[in-house]
Ligand binder design. Structure first.
Ligand code: PLP
Length: 446
């Protein structure tokens, strides 16, 4: 039996899928493509801002640009005055070029290049310093104005992290900032945790608030902390997810491949996106005393966040034309025009689990013999490992050449982080879809 794991119902994408637009685009673009829904990005950003406002916490949202390469999301940030988190010179250039002001950028990432540091300092961006030698290289790059820095904290609860400054290094960095006087403006501290747990974020944030207070006593500004990203996205319903985890085994995958439950992204989260921020703000650091929101207010510390995936929730999907279908014993192998590089989860030795939706080519007419058809999904490359989905998906009918497979909700990391022109295949274009009244319109993302 094939297990199903449908994405949450989404009336807006249903409407687009029913409009014939995607077949039209597949015809026009001659291959796979992604579509983007910037209105969803706007709504997610507004929800994060509302969570801050409701908790009466002064804060700023920086969109973590690495989660999608499209321009349209950065343009939305520029339009509504949100910040952008960049980690390379290319990302920084792109953000500036789309109208985000230098002072609205936060620059993260380990051991940043000389050139990235120089441009970031010249543009007045906030730079999260990851190591002492980086701080040293940075001092003096600001010209006649101070370099704005955050000191990134090594997370003691995640001892395998390669990021941040440990206790001793942090102590040294603070002394260095004091000694550097007007050449540096130490604005606060930062962290980014892997995983999605709420309490560790509140705990470390609480610690950073205390560190800010200490830093201030030696004359540093220290009036903000960044808690990074890692706000989960809720892709599927709780019961479907629980049933999937309980039942899935090698028999559900092509090649009897086995995945441990822990290999998967947590596709269901009870508190996702802005609700996760609300939960973090109402948790008490260390488990007792005033909650984080209260601590921030008391200490006069501003909260910065850098969500990537959560700002892109339901803001785009990936569309692959079916190029061939063949039968194996008990299931089928669908080959789509496209590769697993456009669905990056395979890069992490894992699967993108929300079920792809089959959009039939209407010109073929309906087939009354349609019967459920389990099939895995392969890409067009010559690699045996190039599967978009190893799992045998329960398709409602045997797909036909010309049908489309739509992988839902792929904008956060799935879409383009790993795409390459492998086999000289062109990269799938990205199509921005908005609505003019009831009518969906589109343009290419540039
Ligand atoms: C990747 C990253 C983020 C974004 O993480 P999400 O899980 O997409 O929210 C934020 N900050 C830093 C420093 C990162 O490396």
């Amino acid at each position: 039996m094939a297990l199903t794991l449908p994405a949450h119902l989404d009336p807006l994408t249903d409407r687009i899928h029913g409009s014939g637009l995607l077949h039209e685009l597949a015809h026009g673009l001659r291959g796979p493509f992604h579509y983007l829904l910037p209105e969803r990005f706007d709504a997610n950003l507004a929800a994060f801002r509302a969570a801050l406002a409701d908790a009466e916490v002064e804060g700023r949202v920086y969109y973590a640009k690495k989660s999608n390469k499209a321009s349209v999301f950065v343009e939305r940030c520029a339009a509504v005055g949100a910040g952008v988190d960049v980690a390379s010179l290319g990302e920084l250039r792109d953000a500036l070029g789309h109208g985000v002001r230098g002072e609205d950028l936060v620059v993260t990432g380990p051991a940043k290049s000389e050139q990235l540091l120089r441009v970031a300092a010249q543009q007045g961006a906030l730079i999260a310093v990851d190591a002492l030698d980086e701080l040293e290289r940075l001092l003096g790059l600001g010209g006649n104005r101070p370099v704005r820095v955050l000191l990134r904290r090594y997370p003691p609860a995640q001892p395998r992290s390669r990021f941040g400054l440990n206790d001793a290094q942090l102590h040294q960095a603070l002394e260095r900032c004091v000694a550097a006087g007007d050449t540096v403006r130490m604005e606060g501290l930062s962290f980014h945790l892997s995983g999605y747990a709420i309490q560790p974020r509140a705990d470390l944030a609480g610690e950073l608030v205390e560190l800010c207070l200490k830093a201030r006593s030696s004359g540093l500004r220290a009036d903000r902390i960044s808690i990074g990203g890692g706000f989960p996205v809720d892709y599927v319903a709780a019961d479907a997810w629980d049933a999937f985890l309980a039942e899935q085994g090698p028999g559900h995958y092509h090649g009897e491949r086995s995945f441990a439950a822990g290999d998967f992204y947590p596709y269901h989260s009870p508190a996702a996106g802005a609700d996760a921020l609300r939960a973090i703000l109402s948790a008490s650091p260390g488990g007792t005393g005033p909650n984080l929101a209260e601590r921030l207010r008391q200490a006069g510390v501003m909260l910065l966040l850098e969500p990537g995936r959560a700002l892109l929730d339901r803001a785009g999907s990936s569309v692959f034309p079916v190029q061939g279908v063949k039968d194996r014993s008990g299931y089928g192998i669908i080959t789509v025009d496209g590769t697993s590089l456009s669905l990056s989860e395979q890069w992490f030795n894992s699967e993108y689990l929300p079920d792809p939706v089959l959009l039939r080519d209407r010109t073929g007419g309906t087939d009354h013999t349609d019967r459920p058809y389990p099939a895995c999904v392969g890409g067009t490359s010559c690699l045996d490992s190039d599967l978009l989905t190893w799992r045998k998906i329960a398709f409602p009918a045997r797909p036909r050449v010309g049908d489309l497979l739509v992988y839902p909700n792929t904008a956060g990391y799935q879409m383009d982080s790993n795409e390459s022109p492998f086999h000289e295949l062109p990269l799938p274009p990205k199509v921005v879809v908005d609505h003019h009244g009831d009518r969906p319109r589109w343009h290419l993302d540039r």
